[in-house]
Ligand binder design. Structure first.
Ligand code: ATP
Length: 244
């Protein structure tokens, strides 16, 4: 579905991505791990069209989308939930969600959109209760749910999730990961950036480890969980103790 081939990207003189190649197959959940500044967000931005690559190709369903405008890429089926949520604070929850479907309004009847709203409410039941509330007055976790729901309303073929659990209380983090599990059973294809490596490796099928803008390791999640350097760098104490 997605094939990133030898992509390099810069911010002025700073090289953020060096010859990166990754792929995501239909119905897979793939996670990107890496320390701060490794290039994970930049890679997501290159895929969604927010940041143009200097070199390389981004093939989505066989078409090179590198450098296309974000809206065009969204219409082709790549939906990004941005880091930091970026919801419309003065609008109600339901208006935020419905706005996510604007790319579809021309081609589909409204009934379809309302059906999808129902499936978002099944995914995040608290949003059903809060549907009339102004989105800006929601808790951080609920706002994250609105941001994910809004992106899903565009019915993306590939969902890009950039740090969905950032800054959330542990209970809400588990709600978000439960929702990711549910999306998996619905067959959604996901590329996930997450600081919480343990949780990410639990839901994902495969992962890539980025360092200094390069892929330094890739594999099935079970292999990554068993990898000593991954354990040392990303999985915390209890994993370390098993090995040392
Ligand atoms: P984090 O987890 O901190 O978001 P990351 O792995 O997502 O890290 P990126 O945000 O992609 O990493 O950053 C990759 C490199 O590009 C870093 O060296 C960073 O300082 C640099 N960078 C990112 N955004 C900008 C920007 N807008 N201007 C200049 N340099 C940037």
């Amino acid at each position: 579905m997605l094939r990133v081939e030898s992509v390099s990207a810069f911010y002025g003189a700073i090289q953020a991505l060096r010859n990166i190649s990754i792929h995501v197959s239909p119905r897979e959940i793939v996670t990107l791990l890496g320390a701060n500044g490794a290039g994970k967000t930049t890679l997501m931005k290159v895929i969604s069209g927010i940041h143009p690559p200097a070199k390389g190709r981004v093939l989505f369903s066989g078409q090179n989308i590198a450098g296309l405008p974000t809206e065009h890429i969204l219409r082709l089926g790549v939906g990004q939930v941005p880091e930091g949520r970026q919801i419309f604070a003065p609008l109600s929850v339901i208006d935020n969600l419905t706005l996510g479907a604007y790319v579809r309004f021309q081609r589909e009847v409204r009934g379809e959109v309302f059906k999808d709203l129902e499936s978002i409410f099944e995914l995040f039941p608290v949003l059903r209760e809060r549907q009339k509330q102004r989105a800006g007055t929601l808790s951080g976790g609920e706002q994250q749910m609105v941001a994910i729901g809004r992106t899903l309303m565009a019915r993306p073929k590939l969902l890009l999730l950039d740090e969905p659990s950032r800054g959330l209380a542990p209970m809400l983090v588990s709600d978000i990961f439960k929702a990711i599990q549910t999306l998996r059973t619905r067959g959604t294809t996901i590329l996930l950036v997450e600081q919480n490596a343990k949780a990410a490796l639990k839901v994902a099928d495969r992962g890539y480890v980025l360092e200094n803008g390069m892929v330094i390791l890739e594999g099935e999640t079970q292999d990554l969980l068993n990898n000593k350097s991954v354990q040392r760098a990303y999985l915390g104490r209890e994993y370390r103790e098993v090995w040392e």
